[in-house]
Every structure is written in structure tokens, then in C-alpha cells.
Ligand binder design. Structure first.
Ligand SMILES: Cc1ncc(COP(=O)(O)O)c(C=O)c1O
Length: 437
């Protein structure tokens, strides 16, 4: 019998590492009300409703989820947050519209811009990697034709932009605010963070990242009721007609968990993470100095002379599997489904980190505003050629080229590739690139 993927997963699981990565359930389904039987993997039947023509059990499950999120309407997605982003942009924009987009947009948003022929006007975050309300307002004044403002927050590292203030400005100017909250679907249940991130017209929430939901389970939360009537059709435009009932059931079950235990459990996790953050600070790894997701642990390892990648390798050797590493930091996703044993193991690993001289000059991308020479759609859907990064100067980029840090794409489809981009890409190990032929 040859099952290479299953074998690889089993081999990985045998290492017994503590999971500080997605999915949020951490492999502990017994803690949720859903017991993952294969018989639950069912299809649209008179008894089981139908996701895109929901009028029965799915409609009721979505109604309860909307109640939990305080949303006007909530739609389930078994196609990840990607599907919610596609639907959200489709609902707010028609083909050809201008959208003011935070430059740290995930490639799913850029791909949607290509599919819908949207014209992004890129808004760069400030030096703290946050979007300031004033900068958003300036962009709106400069582009009164924009159909929407689209921001991604929290980012991978947990930084939260002040959506509450930004949303007030957007309302003042009569422009909808769409938020990719892929990494923060748990935040509405944590005091403090909830207020900061509230107020947008719609949110794409990737529940599987931080809540007890199967991978690819997500929801679109709609707060502006004018978007509700067409929401299902916008979502079905991009979705499979066979959504996984296992995933849908896990969303239903997570909502039940949120209603009964969520706030208490998430705030308990936040307190536990705060302790580990203090320990990390004592050990020379200072926390981010901006508002952050209280459950996300971003270990800044540069000051102790370790690249994030080296620190991640060390953590793995100590039985800790992080979510992400970059040149400067390691990111760990902590959820209520981590056990106390996981946290103790992490603390003990941190105490054992050997500090060296601080690293200087790790590759930090000083972003340059690029000029679009083609629309995102034209460039993304043109004939492409894959070439060495060293031969790419002056060519038109055909794809989203991203690296961490700062998680802000270096290049978007349609932009001309500059010498600096090549230097930075090469420093980050990006050695080939898709260009327009
Ligand atoms: C910021 C952000 N937005 C959207 C997505 C897409 O989410 P999904 O994988 O649930 O489709 C991701 C995935 O990592 C992400 O990091």
C-alpha cells in the first residue's frame, strides 16, 4: 500500500509536537460538540438543506452564527476565507471598479481583482505596519470614484489596525469598508480587541485558523444589510457546488462552542499568552509595540542574535511546531485548544534559547511605489513565462510576489520589476518569477 501523504502526516504526528499553527482545533475534536463521523460527510438532501439555497438547517445555523457575531447576516463557506473575500469584493464592486486596497492584501484578494477586473489603488501601511485613519481618508479624497476600501487586519503577526476609527471615516464618505479578518475571527469575542476591530461593513473570517473548525471553514459576516440580498449568489459565483458538510458542521459546532465557552476560553488563552510574552521579553525578545491580537505570539528573535528561521528550527527540536518564521521573528498561533502542557513546553524551550549577538542588516524591504503598466487582470491572465529573477528587470510581473517580513507583496501583477525588487527577492530566496510574455 502506498499512501505518501498519509504516511507523511502520520510520520509528522508521531513526532508529538505541540501545534502552534493552524487549524485552531489543534487536533482535539473531543473538545467540540462535533464528533467528526464519516457519516456526517453527506450531501444536499431534503433533510440536510443546501448551502446556496439555504432555507432549513443551514439557514438556521447561519442565523445563529450571525447572532453570535452580532452581524446582520452570516454566510458559511467551505471554500476558505478565499471564497468570502471573493464574495465580499463582488458584492461591493462591479467589473472595472476602483478599490482602495491595503498593500498587504492576501493573494486571494489580488486574484479576485483579476477575476473581477478591479483596479486596486494600493495603500501602504505606516512604519508600524498599521493603517492610519488619516491615510485611509486621504486615499478616499484622492479617489472619490473608489467603490470600496479593502483592508487586511490583523496581519499574520497579529497587528490590529484601528478599524473602529477607519470605519467611521468610511461611513462619513459613504464608501463601504471591507475587512479581511482571516487571522482574527476570534477577536470579536475578546474584550478590547473586539472594539478595535469593529465597525466594517463586511468581514471575511477564516475560522479554521484560530477556532475549532475544520480546515477551509470560514464565514462572511455582513453588517451592512444592503449587501445581504445578493450575498448567496455572490458566493456561489466562485464556489464548488459540493461544499463539505463536515466543514459546515464544524462551523455550526464552533458557533455553539463560541456561545457557551468562547469568550471565557479565549480570554483565558489571552492571559496565558501574556505570561509567555512577558517571559520572552525578559529573555530579550520584546513584544510588538502596537495593538495586537492577544492570542498571537510573535517572537522577535533578532535582538537575541537568531533569525526567525533559526529560532523556528530550534523550537521544532524542542517539540514546538510554529506557524511561520521569517528573517526576524517566529509566529505562533495559540488557541484555547492548546493544552497547558503545550504552553509549559514552549516556556521551557524559550528558556533554553541561546542568545548571541543581535543580528543586524537582515533583509528588510523598503517598499517603493510601483507603477502599474497593465491592469491586474490583463497581467494575471496574460501569457506568462517563468524566468530567473536576475533576468527580470524591466519586465511586467504576472503574479503576486510576497515574502515575510513585512508580508507586503513586493510586486503585484501588472507592475514593472525594478532593480531593487530583484535584490530583495534574491535575498529572500525568490529566484524565479512569472512575467508577462
Ligand atoms: C490574510 C489572509 N487572508 C486570506 C487568506 C485565505 O484564507 P483561506 O486559506 O481560509 O482561504 C489567508 C490565508 O492564509 C490569509 O493569511
Amino acid at each position: 500500500m502506498s499512501t505518501p501523504l498519509l504516511t507523511a502526516i502520520n510520520t509528522h504526528l508521531q513526532k508529538g509536537r505541540s501545534s502552534f499553527h493552524t487549524p485552531g482545533h489543534k487536533g482535539r475534536p473531543q473538545l467540540s460538540t462535533f464528533n467528526f463521523q464519516l457519516s456526517t460527510d453527506i450531501t444536499e438532501l431534503p433533510d440536510t438543506d443546501s448551502l446556496f439555497e439555504a432555507g432549513g438547517a443551514i439557514a438556521e445555523a447561519e442565523r445563529l452564527a450571525a447572532q453570535s457575531y452580532g452581524a446582520y447576516r452570516t454566510l458559511f463557506s467551505a471554500g476558505g476565507c478565499t471564497l468570502c473575500i471573493q464574495a465580499m469584493l463582488r458584492l461591493a464592486c462591479k467589473a472595472g471598479d476602483t478599490v482602495i486596497m491595503g498593500r498587504n492584501a492576501h493573494k486571494s484578494a489580488v486574484n479576485t481583482a483579476a477575476l473581477l477586473d478591479l483596479q486596486p489603488v494600493w495603500l501602504y501601511p505606516n512604519s508600524s505596519l498599521l493603517y492610519a485613519p488619516e491615510a485611509v481618508e486621504q486615499a478616499i479624497l484622492k479617489h472619490p470614484e473608489a467603490a470600496a476600501v479593502y483592508l487586511t487586519t490583523p496581519d499574520y503577526h497579529g497587528r490590529i489596525s484601528p478599524i473602529n476609527k477607519i470605519s467611521q471615516l468610511c461611513r462619513k464618505h459613504g464608501i463601504p469598508l471591507l475587512v479581511d479578518r482571516a487571522h482574527g475571527s476570534h477577536l470579536p469575542f475578546i474584550s478590547g480587541a473586539a472594539e478595535l476591530i469593529s465597525g466594517a461593513d463586511m468581514y471575511a473570517d477564516s475560522l479554521h485558523k484560530t477556532l475549532p473548525v475544520l480546515t477551509s471553514g470560514a464565514v462572511l459576516n455582513i453588517y451592512n444589510q444592503s449587501f445581504a440580498p445578493l450575498a448567496k449568489s455572490a458566493m456561489s459565483l466562485f464556489a464548488s457546488t459540493s461544499p463539505s458538510y463536515l466543514v459546515l458542521c464544524s462551523l455550526d459546532s464552533a458557533r455553539e462552542w463560541l456561545d457557551t465557552h468562547g469568550k471565557e476560553e479565549l480570554e483565558r488563552t489571552a492571559l496565558r499568552v501574556a505570561k509567555i510574552r512577558n517571559l520572552a521579553a525578559q529573555l530579550g525578545m520584546p513584544p510588538l509595540n502596537v495593538p495586537t491580537d492577544p492570542c498571537r505570539l510573535c517572537l522577535n528573535t533578532e535582538p537575541i542574535g537568531l533569525s526567525g528561521h533559526a529560532a523556528a528550527e530550534y523550537l521544532r527540536s524542542q517539540g514546538i511546531e510554529p506557524e511561520l518564521s521569517d528573517a526576524q521573528s517566529v509566529v505562533l498561533i495559540c488557541t484555547p485548544f492548546n493544552t497547558e502542557a503545550d504552553f509549559i513546553r514552549l516556556e521551557s524551550a524559550l528558556r533554553g534559547i541561546k542568545a548571541a549577538n543581535p543580528i543586524k542588516n537582515s533583509a528588510i524591504y523598503a517598499w517603493e511605489a510601483h507603477t502599474a503598466h497593465m491592469s491586474v487582470r490583463e497581467a494575471a491572465l496574460a501569457l506568462h513565462q517563468r524566468i530567473s529573477i536576475h533576468k527580470a528587470a524591466g519586465r511586467i510581473c504576472g503574479e503576486t510576489v510576497s515574502t515575510c517580513p513585512p508580508g507586503i507583496p513586493i510586486l503585484m501583477p501588472g507592475e514593472k520589476i525594478l532593480e531593487n525588487d530583484i535584490i530583495f527577492c534574491a535575498a529572500c530566496g525568490i529566484l524565479e518569477i512569472n512575467v508577462v510574455k
